[in-house]
Design a protein around this ligand. Structure first.
Ligand code: GLN
Length: 535
């Protein structure tokens, strides 16, 4: 019998529900429990793919090509597992399906309603994940905050699941903020109490309340939370500020949360084993070296836009006993103020991430030219890869008008062009080249030494690609395409063998990076930055 754990949030969004959900998963997994996680998102978008990263953070791409909420990235990193697009359920997805069923006549004769039709569709999707994955426990995190209008059908669906699966097989965890007033230095539990009341109004009595607070909650706060939340004091836990979020499962387990859930759900388990995780956390906390990398991007003002990337640097760094300090710079700065390029010399490496459109693109191209001419370690991902090709075409191959069809479709030298299959597409949602595809690596290349194999699968999200007509011109001048699609048509990795480290990929290595399995391109880059720093 599969068990279900539901995580709701109160008081504010961004209280770290995603990390708490991942940490619950980690605590159970450390006890030998098989686990999977779902994020339900109350927005009406069918998926996260059409949302601006500046507002919603990064779009996380699953192996099967889902454009999902970034919390799936946390689940994958914490649980070291590959999830699917089915692990992210949105209002848009649910309504689309219900409306299609109605048009097909599946509900013929009935008035189609939120309860039961929409709620049934939500439950169906949660259970479908349980059926498809080999799992003991399904974690479901409800996006948004209790009390939001759009979240109601989801809360109603999870409320019904207790009736259908029984008390022993369902558990509700409510995560809410407990602020500390700076004037009186007092912990305030009232907003949390209100959010629990709001949850109860919907019919859900939490089994566990997790206070999110800057510091460990004091006895008085715990007593009040338990009393007004109608739960025993030993069902109150606290997620307080820690240096690294990877410590959260450890601090919650120390408080007894893992043991509490295990007893409450009656899962047969082993003694918890956090050895590997602890090793990683301790490597993160005790670096021997420190390097500075600059990320030059379009969404530099919101760190969540690049969260998988910044985590990939942490994973690579921890495995090299190196703390990676990542600075963010808006690319437009280098267009307006070319002398700013000089500042790049202070960094051990320069990173140009994914991106879309023309804003800042020329600035990134200048940055890439500067790092190439000054032999500063460089890693480019997706748009960073495409812009590195443009830079090389313009400045080395003499193709002065080289550009991407994304920014200048009239350019006579489209070194980056629409993928042929993209030309006829007019819809924007889920139409890019998405998910994992096979790549063949050239023997003897830097890529070969980093990956240690000639065949890899990596995740993608793009509409444009290197125009294969320019491949030979670029290669003749020294650019090596050391990774290509199986048919050889699609360029996937580039490197400049004469540089100390100049590497870029059309795919996104960060989506497969895990705490104890750093991604090879990030690892190679951090290693090169460290080499430069030490010599
Ligand atoms: N804008 C580019 C494309 O669509 C790159 C996309 C990306 O960086 N993810 O091909």
């Amino acid at each position: 019998m599969v068990k279900y754990v539901f995580v709701t949030g109160g008081v504010l969004s961004s209280v770290g529900k995603g990390i708490v959900t991942s940490s619950i998963g980690k605590m159970l997994q450390a006890r030998g429990v098989k686990i999977t996680a779902i994020k339900v998102d109350p927005y009406v978008n069918v998926d996260a793919g059409t949302m601006n990263p500046y507002m919603h953070g990064e779009v996380y791409v699953t192996e099967d090509g889902g454009e999902t909420d970034l919390d799936l990235g946390w689940y994958e990193r914490f649980l070291d597992t590959n999830l699917t697009m089915g692990n992210n359920v949105t209002t848009g997805m649910v309504y689309r399906e219900v409306i299609e069923k109605e048009r097909r006549g599946d509900y013929l004769g009935h008035c189609v309603q939120i309860v039961p039709h929409v709620t049934d569709e939500i439950k169906l999707r949660i259970r479908a994940v349980a059926e498809k994955s080999d799992t003991d426990v399904v974690l479901t995190e409800c996006g948004g905050t209790v009390g939001d209008i759009e979240g109601l059908p989801f809360l109603e669906a999870i409320r019904q699941m207790r009736l259908e699966h029984g008390y022993e097989n369902t558990l509700y965890v409510h995560v809410a903020l407990v602020p500390i007033l700076d004037v009186t230095n007092e912990m305030k539990t009232k907003p949390l109490q209100h959010s629990v009341n709001e949850l109860r109004r919907i019919g859900i009595q939490p089994d566990i309340i997790l206070a999110r607070s800057p510091k460990m909650i004091d006895h008085e706060a715990r007593r009040k939370i338990a009393l007004f939340g109608t739960i025993p004091e030993n069902a109150v836990f606290c997620s307080y500020n820690v240096k690294s979020i990877y410590e959260v499962p450890l601090i919650l387990d120390e408080q007894g949360m893992g043991a509490f859930i295990q007893t409450r759900l009656k899962v047969n388990v082993e003694k918890p084993d956090f050895a590997g995780w602890r090793q990683f956390v301790s490597a993160l906390a005790n670096p021997k070296h420190r390097i500075k990398i600059i990320l030059v991007g379009k969404y530099a003002g919101l760190a969540d836009s690049y969260v998988s990337m910044s985590e990939a640097f942490k994973h690579a760094g921890a495995n090299l006993q190196t703390e990676v300090e990542l600075d963010y710079a808006g690319a437009e700065r280098f267009e307006k103020k070319p002398q700013a390029l000089k500042e790049l010399e202070q960094f051990d490496g320069v990173f140009v991430p994914y991106g879309f459109g023309s804003r800042g693109a020329e600035g990134k191209i200048r940055v890439i030219q500067f790092v190439r001419e000054n032999d500063i370690p460089f890693l480019g991902i997706c748009y960073g890869f495409q812009l590195a090709v443009i830079e090389f075409a313009r400045n080395i191959c003499g193709l002065e008008k080289a550009d991407t069809a994304e920014n200048d479709p009239a350019s006579p030298q489209l070194v980056i062009d629409f993928m042929p299959e993209q030309k006829a597409i007019s819809m924007m949602g889920a139409t890019m080249r998405l998910g994992a595809h096979k790549i063949i690596i050239t023997r003897g290349s830097l890529a070969h030494s980093l990956y240690g194999t000639e065949e890899i699968y990596e995740r993608h999200r793009h509409r444009y690609e290197v125009n294969p007509e320019y491949r030979h011109v670029l290669e003749k001048s020294g650019l090596m395409f050391s990774g290509r699609s199986v048919d050889g048509r699609r360029m996937e990795i580039l490197e400049l063998p004469k540089q100390s480290f100049f590497f870029a990929s059309q795919f996104h290595g960060e989506f497969q990076s895990r705490p104890r399995k750093p991604d090879p391109e990030y690892y190679g880059f951090v290693q090169a930055c460290l080499r430069r720093k030490l010599h």
